[in-house]
Design a binder for this molecule. Structure first.
Ligand code: SF4
Ligand code: SF4
Length: 402
């Protein structure tokens, strides 16, 4: 299994600090100010602080027009020195629920599952004291991978399992949950090693049913946070370190080998791809193969929530062929639909018979398009059919009567 490599120090990082149309929130910091890694640059009201991801010199602010994030005001930081700004470390027996929440906020810990601040989630899910639900709620550290390319969660878990478990335990304490575990799909041998390191009761091996929000018993509510967030919280509580970097898998046919890299937030895609010896003209996809976002702007910064970058070589455009009736689209549809039949009826304008096939239940996950050997964009057709709500002819009739 791949370990975690340090990204060579990038030429600069550009850390978003606010919106381009607002006054700079870091105007009080003088230009060329020396910054320590983890030093607070600004604290937006009601939000987590924005911290410097590296030790460096503040060159000023720049406005970045980005195809993914829009217009951003960024702190331009050139690397220099090895300074680190630390939070005070509080003894474990003094870590109450509210202290843990405060530290999760001050340390700017983000949940990689959706890129949102961890403390906001914990605050939202927190139970009142002595709530009986504490026994039926469970906090899960998600260390599974979204698809076959990713291995960043596994790498985190194998590198620092005890610290990640400690972060999970403290997050559960903040929520006042008595149950928690790390969910993983690790191969058997790795799982044994992990169980020896952190105790088998803390490891849950997931199968095809994952992710779930309610256990089969119907009572257990499941709350999920990422394993990187657990590790970041553990590091903040035990070592006083703020969250300044993402662990990112770089994979795809445009790099010689898949790697897991520790990437300071604000590092741009160009620096990451170049460190991984990506071929020129690759198309980076942020996220996994199914739900990732294609992003050809190489200045795009790596921000919380990015755990996989796929560097894909350009491909010839596939010309869709007629449906061969293989049924793969139906076999993979998690909504239990018959995509090929929905498309057939829509193409033949049998709108009145579409409603029996419930195209409105389609959420556009696009798995059917992904597996279609004929290269058809089945999902787009099903979504379009869903918009008719099976009543296109009736609507026309009503319109005529008006
Ligand atoms: S896009 Fe719609 S039809 Fe296709 S697999 Fe997903 S839910 Fe099913
Ligand atoms: S997967 Fe494609 S070819 Fe196969 S039945 Fe569905 S639409 Fe037709």
């Amino acid at each position: 299994m791949r370990g975690i490599e340090e990204l060579p120090v990038p030429a600069a990082v550009r850390m978003p600090v606010g919106r381009a149309d607002k006054p700079s929130p870091i105007a009080s910091l003088p230009e060329e100010a020396p910054l320590a890694a983890g030093q607070v640059l600004c604290t937006p009201e009601g939000d987590v602080p924005v911290v410097s991801p590296i030790s460096g010199i503040l060159e000023g602010t720049v406005v970045m027009q980005n195809s993914l994030y829009g217009s951003l005001l960024c702190a331009d930081i050139q690397p220099e020195g090895e300074r680190t700004d630390l939070l005070p470390v509080i003894p474990e027996d003094e870590l109450t629920a509210s202290v843990i929440l405060d530290i999760a906020r001050e340390a700017a810990v983000y949940d990689e599952l959706d890129g949102s601040p961890l403390w906001q989630k914990l605050q939202r899910w927190q139970l009142p004291e002595n709530d009986p639900a504490a026994k039926t709620c469970i906090l899960v550290a998600d260390a599974t991978e979204n698809d076959v390319y990713g291995s960043s969660a596994w790498a985190v878990l194998m590198e620092q399992p005890r610290l990640a478990l400690f972060g999970l335990q403290m997050a559960a304490r903040a929520l006042r949950f008595s149950r928690y575990h790390i969910a993983t799909m690790l191969p058997k041998r790795r799982r044994r090693t992990l169980k020896r390191a952190i105790g088998r009761e803390n490891v849950y091996t997931v199968g095809d049913e994952y992710p779930v929000t309610v256990y089969a018993d119907g009572d257990t509510e499941v709350y999920r946070i990422g394993i990187q967030a657990c590790l970041a919280l553990g590091r903040a509580l035990k070592q006083g370190l703020r969250h300044t970097a993402a662990i990112v898998t770089v994979a795809g046919d445009g790099v010689p080998a898949a790697r897991n890299m520790r990437v300071p937030f604000g590092t741009d895609l160009r620096a990451l791809l170049s460190a991984c010896q990506a071929e020129s003209h690759v198309l980076p996809i942020l996220g996994d193969a199914m739900t990732g976002v294609a992003c050809d702007d190489l200045q795009t910064p790596i921000l919380p929530g990015v755990t996989t970058v796929l560097a894909m070589k350009p491909r010839p455009i596939r010309v869709p062929k007629p449906c061969i009736g293989c049924g793969r689209c139906a076999a993979v549809c998690h909504a239990g639909l018959l995509p090929y039949e929905i498309v057939r009826r829509a193409e033949n304008m049998h709108y009145e018979r579409l409603q029996h096939l419930s195209p409105g239940d389609c959420d556009g996950c696009a798995v059917c398009s992904y597996v279609c050997p004929a290269g058809r964009d089945v999902a787009a057709e099903v979504l379009k059919a869903g918009e008719t709500k099976g009543t296109m002819f009736l609507n026309w009739g009503e319109d005529d009567n008006e």
